[in-house]
Design a protein around this ligand. Sequence first.
Ligand SMILES: *Cc1c(COP(=O)(O)O)cnc(C)c1O
Length: 370
Amino acid sequence: MQFTDLKTQYAVLKTSIDARMQRVLAHGQYIMGPEVAEMEAALVAYTGAPHCVAVASGTEALLIALMAIGLKPGDEVITTPFTFAATAEVIVLLGGVPVYADIEPDSCNIDASLIEAKITPRTRAIMPVSLYGQVADMDAINAVALRHGLAVIEDAAQSFGASYRGQGETRKSCNVSTIACTSFFPSKPLGCYGDGGALFTSDPAIAQAAREIRVHGQSGRYHHTRVGVGGRMDTLQCAVVLAKLERFDWEVARRLALGERYGRLILESGAPVQLLAVRPDRDCVWAQYTVMVDDRTAVQAALKAAGIPTAVHYPKPLHHQPAYAAYCCPDCMPHSIRAAQRVLSLPMSADLSESDQDRVVAALAAACAA
Ligand SMILES: *Cc1c(COP(=O)(O)O)cnc(C)c1O
């Protein structure tokens, strides 16, 4: 069994993926070819976000977002300590200061009620992460941001395809804040065959800034209006995303169904496993199907012995990582510390079979009983 099954997906989509890649090889516009704008338009249509800018990776999207809002050294960005390092990395790269707010212990997303107390005159932005594929509490976060004039950047690297209702109409992840960033790393819900990412925004000025920053700050050929980066997404990778979009609605539906089925089977098994809470006004596309267990080391070893691959997202909160420890006391963020000790991700992909899922849950129950 594979932790993420991408081979079945390729087998199913081979004809269109091969044809789309072949077309790029034939027209030869490997950088900023027509598939780049075609993918951006397709993602605008899918998410409902007014602007999409394809970039080199999810990390690059986050970096470009902070550059586009003009983050300056010493500026503070409020974010979660329970995320992949890239979220805080880009803040620190620009000389900014990550200010952590702890997570909700049941959903593992940032606790929006803790954010306002963290705001200082130096705060520029809030960067919530829609962890595991569930959108964070965006209505509450946007309301705080509006009161204090802050930018909101959704780190949607794990949540592309997820839906969020909140107080208004149902919207897609990447269209629930002024700026959002996603990743097309192969194992993300919408992946390419290398690195890729996208920045979404409702603000045309941010979109224009991101387009310029993506190509070394050029507003015209060899006219560098601002400092930028080499942040383009390859035409070939955009072709892969376009092909994968053909089946993406099915994949999202399948992920939601597998997530529900995992939860039901685990509950029925009676295993002492805590499921991730999914709020009633949103869904979770399960970039990772993550549960919480006590004694994770033993459970993970027993699953490995039973031939079930697992992973831990993430074993340390950022304030326990040497590179990001300076911004917070080690004993702060108790919910993030506890989650990092207990989370365990089980095999998940749209092509996971129900029989394999049955095997995972049986092995998980046996591992917990041992
Ligand atoms: C994957 C991921 C990123 C980085 O995306 P890349 O495309 O790998 O650069 C950032 N934030 C989170 C939460 C992620 O899961």
